[in-house]
Design a protein around this ligand. Structure first.
Ligand code: HEC
Ligand code: HEC
Ligand code: HEC
Length: 284
């Protein structure tokens, strides 16, 4: 609840800063702050679904129909299709007032006149490109922010229960990294009791991490936590049991864990996780 309110406050600040920008009404280049107060009502999730996403998908379908008809030089079809597209642009534009200026329908008028005047294909194509570019430039700037905020699931609230205590996603990550480093450090200094304890913690944290996936994924995922990664971890355990003192024996296994699990998973999930984190910090 509280965070919804905070989002609205943030949105109000965003709006206030927008009005400082006179013309054009679009945000300054590079500013990819999203108007969360205006977006929140369209991303309720659950049964009500993601209204904005649905309207965007509809916009995509209508754009495809209209541009195809216009390029085919089919005046009747393109008139009908452009009308439908115009209605959808107006509808989507009204959903998020700050973004209304992105949905200018002038380009549709131009396209309609070009078809009516039987303009050559190259000229019609140019107008179509301008329409398409207006979509792409907004997507490039804002789409990922919107997805991270509304479609990813929250990394901050992904937690796992361990013996009565609640371990956060972030804490679990820190524990994984410190256990991994501790195992190597302990082997280097010949402290095998400590190394085994650190290894045990590493394995415990690793299996806790597997439970975390279910916070967001309905289907079990194969990558990052699969049997080939676990095989490396079990081999580390085998070396420790044997009392292997050569760090070099462990090194390729540590590298594999990093390269097969930690790093690729970070490449997929971290951008969204850190965008969410920054958005939360911005509200404090
Ligand atoms: C689900 C895929 C996933 C896997 C697998 C994974 N991580 Fe992470 N990790 C994340 C995400 C997402 C974050 C950022 C979120 C956070 O820290 O709150 C993160 C953050 C971290 C951080 C904190 C980074 C920072 O700058 O504060 C460390 C350290 C870390 N992971 C270590 C590891 C290690 C070591 C492994 C492998 C043994 C690993 N992680 C495996 C997803 C993963
Ligand atoms: C002012 C910003 C903005 C403009 C302009 C815009 N969109 Fe979008 N669009 C979005 C955002 C934000 C999303 C992400 C919604 C989501 O992921 O839930 C999106 C998502 C979509 C999607 C779903 C894509 C996917 O893979 O998730 C389609 C299709 C789409 N837009 C089509 C269009 C078309 C066609 C136009 C131009 C006629 C257009 N959009 C103009 C902001 C915009
Ligand atoms: C906070 C939410 C969240 C958590 C926690 C999370 N993921 Fe994801 N992950 C996503 C989203 C969202 C995507 C992109 C869309 C999709 O694939 O569903 C994704 C994508 C992926 C992908 C790439 C798409 C594919 O299926 O090939 C893999 C693999 C993956 N996650 C594995 C994991 C694993 C393993 C864990 C646990 C260790 C995990 N994720 C934890 C949200 C999460």
């Amino acid at each position: 609840m509280a965070h919804v309110l905070e989002r609205q406050v943030l949105g109000a600040i965003f709006l206030a800063s927008l009005t400082l920008w006179s013309t054009p009404a679009l945000a300054a280049p590079g500013d990819s702050t999203i108007p969360t107060a205006e977006l929140d009502p369209h991303f309720k999730g659950g049964k009500e679904g993601h209204a904005y996403t649905r309207e965007m998908l509809e916009l995509g379908m209508r754009t495809g129909a209209a541009t195809t008809a216009a390029l085919r030089n089919d005046p009747d079809r393109s008139k009908v299709a452009l009308k439908a597209l115009r209605e959808q642009m107006v509808k989507v534009g009204a959903m998020v007032p700050s973004w209304k200026p992105w949905f200018r329908t002038g380009v549709l008028d131009e396209l309609e006149s070009a078809v009516a005047a039987k303009a050559d294909l190259a000229s019609r194509r140019k107008i179509v490109s301008r329409l398409e570019n207006s979509c792409t430039s907004c997507h490039a700037r804002y789409m990922f922010q919107v997805q991270a905020q509304y479609r990813w699931g929250s990394f901050a609230s992904a937690v796992v229960q361990a013996g009565g205590e609640e371990v956060t996603f972030h804490q679990l990550m820190l524990d994984l990294a410190s256990s991994l480093g501790a195992v190597r450090g302990d082997v280097e200094s010949g402290q095998f009791t400590e190394a085994k304890a650190a290894y045990q913690r590493l394995m415990e944290r690793f299996s806790m991490m597997e439970q975390l996936c279910a916070n967001c994924h309905d289907q079990p995922r194969q990558y990052f936590i699969d049997s080939s990664v676990k095989a490396r971890l079990y081999k580390v355990g085998g070396l420790l049991r044997r009392g292997e003192k050569q760090v070099g024996e462990y090194t390729p296994l540590f590298n594999d864990v990093n390269e097969m699990s930690c790093m690729p998973c970070h490449q997929v999930h971290m951008p969204a996780a850190f965008l969410q984190r920054n958005a939360l910090e911005g509200k404090q």
